[in-house]
Design a protein around this ligand. Sequence first.
Ligand code: ADP
Ligand code: ZN
Length: 216
Amino acid sequence: MTSGHHQGGLEVVVGSMFSGKSEELIRRVRRAVIARRTVQVFKPAIDDRFGIELVRSHDGDTFVARPVRSSAEILALLSPETSVVGVDEVQFFDPAIVGVVRDLVADGRRVICAGLDLDFRGEPFGPVPTLLALAERVDKLEAICVVCGESATRTQRIVNGVPAYYDDPIIVIGAQEAYEARCRTCHVVPRRARSGSAATSETASPERVSSAEPRD
Ligand code: ADP
Ligand code: ZN
C-alpha cells in the first residue's frame, strides 16, 4: 500500500491526435519522479511485444512504459510501493479499466490517464467518457487544425488519400492510412449512400457529418 497520508485521485488528459496528451503525461510523471514518488506507466500492447517499452510523443519525448494486454494486467504488474500510475492510450482498454482505475485511486494512488476522447468518427471513445466523469481533474487539449489553423478537437482519418467513411472498418487491409488533427468544421466523415446496391465510393454521399448534428 501507499503511504497513508496521500489521498488518491484521477487525472484525465484528453484531446485529438497531436494535441499533446503524451507530452503532458510524460511531463506529469517526470515531475512525480522528481518528487521521489514511485511511478509506473502502462499502455495497451498492440502486438506480441513484451517487456519495457516507451510512451513516445510526436515530438520524440519518451518515458518508460509497460505494455499490457488487458486492464487486469495493470493490477497484476503493480508494485506495492507505486504511488503514481500513468496510463497512455487509455481509449484502447477494455471496459474493466474503469474498475481498475477506481481501485487504484481508492488505494490512495494518483492515476493519470491520457487518451483520445473521440474516435475518428467524432464519437466518444470506449471507456474515456466514464473516466472523464469520475476524474478529479480533466484537461482537454487542442491540436492545430492542419486545414485551417484553428484549434483542432477532432482526429481526421484518411484512407487511400480520402476521408474515411463513418462505417469504414477499423483496419482496412492493404490501405494507406493517415490521421490528421482537424477542427470541427474541417473534420469530414462521409456516410455511404443508402441504396439497395452495394455502396461504393462513387455512390457515397460527400456530406459532412459533425458529431454535434443529430444522427438517424
Ligand atoms: P498526442 O499524444 O495528443 O497525440 P503528442 O504529445 O504525441 O500528442 O504530440 C504533440 C506534438 O505533436 C506537438 O507538441 C507538436 O510538436 C506535434 N504536432 C504535429 N502536428 C501537430 C498539429 N497538427 N497540432 C499540434 N501539434 C502537432
Ligand atoms: Zn479547420
